[in-house]
Ligand binder design. Structure first.
Ligand code: SAH
Length: 348
């Protein structure tokens, strides 16, 4: 099989079948990656120029009722020191972020039952009133359609909910029995129907994952047409059942970013913190593979180390401003620029 020809085909038709994706992924090499990245970079440039969009991540609670086997803040991890931020603390993060040029705030957390709909609506409404020119993104897990609608009506415009894997049997191996891919997908479709800009995504190299599974992720994304796709390498966390599993590779993660950029060129694709944790230059490499978003941390410094999804997470000791300017330096060092705007998804 001519893998270079497959990349050409993806470039010109935006489409491959599952078998072709799987073969490409299995046969990823340095040569093939370089060939892909030249094309994926040029596609990113065509749609977004040399702009890299900033999302300020506010990790506002690490309480979680779920027990995902890979995640450091899973319910069963009794070693995790739990915290939640108050509305006032969250608004202070936004205030600092706004001054630093952030025009998107991402509120991410575990599935914390303390934050009833009324409380989330109140927080979203307050941010919306104070920062009418900013996008508000929620990443707080699976809720009913009614709840998603309430947050939307209060002023939220985007929602991140990674599908984690598009293969139902693989999904079961990563999650406790009360969670299912079916439910996850229902949530994603509900969010889209309501009118959110939606982000799905998956980990690369999660336990039991095969190249076919990654190909299935591509097929699901083709069908779902999200606005954003967040991907990063799986990184084990010491206090989880997957503590002794192998980390996902940076090379395959970058390869997936390149493939995604060719399949759906208008995507918002973050160079994630997990990518920067697996490789000190991971985020720069992500941008060179076609990523166009970075998500510096805006959480108060006291809680940073507690939102430990995986071991050795970077940027847990830096102030928001340090994170912001460190990323700006990194982005500019490879010829890109930080855009101070909401960074909405362009039309295909
Ligand atoms: N509770 C929210 C936010 C989850 S944390 C939700 O359910 O959407 C955000 C993402 O971190 C997860 O979707 C998962 O893909 C990623 N993550 C969790 N543990 C990880 C690990 N050990 N390595 C890499 N990424 C991980």
């Amino acid at each position: 099989m001519d893998y270079f020809a497959l990349i050409d085909k993806l470039y010109s038709t935006r489409c491959l079948d599952k078998y072709e994706f799987a073969e490409l992924i299995k046969n990823q090499t340095q040569y093939l990656s370089e060939y892909l990245f030249e094309k994926s970079r040029s596609k990113a440039y065509e749609y977004y120029g040399n702009n890299i969009y900033l999302r300020g991540l506010i990790e506002f609670t690490n309480y979680c009722k779920n027990d995902c086997l890979y995640c450091g803040i899973r319910r069963s991890n009794s070693k995790a020191q739990r915290y939640r931020l108050t509305k006032e603390e969250i608004l202070l993060c936004c205030h600092e972020g706004y001054g630093l040029g952030f025009r998107t705030f991402v509120l991410q957390g575990g599935e914390d039952m303390y934050f009833k709909d009324k409380i989330i609506e109140d927080i979203v409404y307050s941010i919306r009133s104070e920062y009418p020119d900013c996008a508000i993104t929620l990443s707080i897990g699976e809720k009913t359609k009614e709840s998603y609608q309430k947050y939307f009506d209060a002023g939220a415009d985007r929602y991140l909910l990674r599908h984690e894997t598009a293969n139902p049997a693989h999904y079961e191996k990563l999650h406790p029995p009360d969670l299912s891919l079916k439910k996850r997908k229902e949530c994603l479709y509900n969010l889209k129907e309501i009118g959110y800009q939606v982000g799905c995504g998956f980990m690369v190299g999660s336990p039991y994952q095969t190249a076919e599974n990654l190909a299935e992720d591509m097929m699901f994304i083709k069908e779902f047409e999200p606005h954003m796709v967040g991907i990063g390498p799986f990184i084990p966390h010491t206090d989880t059942p997957f503590h002794d599993r192998q980390q996902g590779t940076v090379d395959v993660t970058l390869f997936m970013i390149g493939l995604l950029r060719l399949m759906q060129p208008n995507l918002l694709l973050p160079a994630t913190t997990a990518l920067g944790t697996a490789d000190p230059l991971g985020r720069e490499k992500g941008i060179k593979a076609g990523a166009n978003v970075v998500m510096p941390n805006l959480s108060p410094i006291e809680v940073r180390k507690k939102y430990m999804l995986y071991d050795n997470k970077i940027c847990t000791g830096d102030e928001a401003a340090e994170c912001r300017f460190c990323l700006q330096r990194r982005v500019e060092s490879i010829g890109y620029r930080i855009a101070v705007d909401r960074g909405d998804c362009k039309k295909l």
